[in-house]
Ligand binder design. Structure first.
Ligand code: ZN
Length: 277
């Protein structure tokens, strides 16, 4: 049985001085591929659910997602955790915790600092009472489609504020803005690794890097030894899924699921090499 909390996996990552990979999953094929490959390469992993996938289309429920991850996790030896990705809706976070998510992200990164601290603190107060962990975001990791989000230093996490933020919000981990962005990059990102080191020195919680689709591996390898303990990947993983479905020319729906899983697993085997457990 290897279903564990995100905080346990993060502790393992700290010990190994690396990052645990966290993939945005949407269904059984994604969850099964992630957990199967994690077991194969003998590394911990995190399956994440992006709330918008639930809210926008309402085709998967929170309880169903948790039990799917749990069932698959219990079949393997490597630690597997489940996490709710970016959410700024307090009520939805409570629903997710009630549904079994033992780790949630509260994203108040677009709010003024004081409000981000206040809201994150409110979420941590409730989440901790239920034994759940909270990832917060400081600075703002925007979208790669908007070039300025990626290169706007004003939106980057400031080390001295990070120390105050973590102390006051009581978050368990924090997503930092150091030059990455969500989606596909128009320009190769250049992570601010000096800033990362400063944030790491100023804080004592694990740091999280978002926008993991397209950052050069050499930069990631350095970032993972300088305080990044969780690395989120969504876009390129889900895009591969979509492309595989599009290019499938068979008529057998089970064959399609099988093809999708094979493709995702090939990708995951390669991507998980970055995680040096
Ligand atoms: Zn993100």
């Amino acid at each position: 049985m290897a279903y564990v909390k995100v905080s346990e996996v993060l502790q393992l990552a700290i010990k190994a001085n690396t990052a645990v990979m966290a993939f945005n999953c949407i269904d059984y094929s994604t969850v099964r591929s992630v957990i199967t490959v994690a077991e194969e390469v003998n590394k911990p992993v995190i399956c994440m659910l992006y709330p918008e996938h639930v809210i926008k289309y309402n085709w998967i429920n929170l309880e169903g997602f948790v039990s799917m991850v749990k069932t698959e996790a219990e079949k393997v030896k490597v630690p597997v955790a489940v996490h709710l990705d970016h959410c700024s809706d307090f009520d939805f976070i409570i629903r997710a915790i009630k549904a079994g998510f033992l780790s949630v992200m509260y994203d108040g990164s677009l709010l003024p600092l004081e409000e981000n601290i206040r809201n994150t603190r409110e979420v941590t107060r409730v989440a901790h009472a239920f034994g759940a962990d909270v990832e917060a975001e400081l600075g703002h990791v925007g979208f790669a489609s908007t070039l300025t989000d990626q290169s706007d230093v004003d939106k980057y996490t400031k080390p001295e504020i990070a120390a105050l933020f973590c102390e006051q919000s009581k978050c368990d981990s924090v997503a930092v803005a150091i030059g990455s962005a969500h989606g596909f990059y128009k320009e190769t990102p250049k992570l601010d690794l000096v800033r990362l080191e400063e944030i790491d020195r100023a804080t004592d919680v694990p740091l999280v890097l978002h926008g993991g689709s397209g950052i050069p591996n050499d930069q990631l390898e350095i970032a993972f030894t300088k305080g990044i303990n969780k690395f989120n990947v969504g876009t390129e993983f889900l895009w591969l899924y979509y492309q595989t479905v599009r290019n499938y020319d068979g008529t057998d729906i089970a064959g399609l699921a099988n093809t999708v899983q094979k493709k995702l697993m090939e990708y995951l085997r390669e991507k998980m090499k970055l995680s040096k457990f």
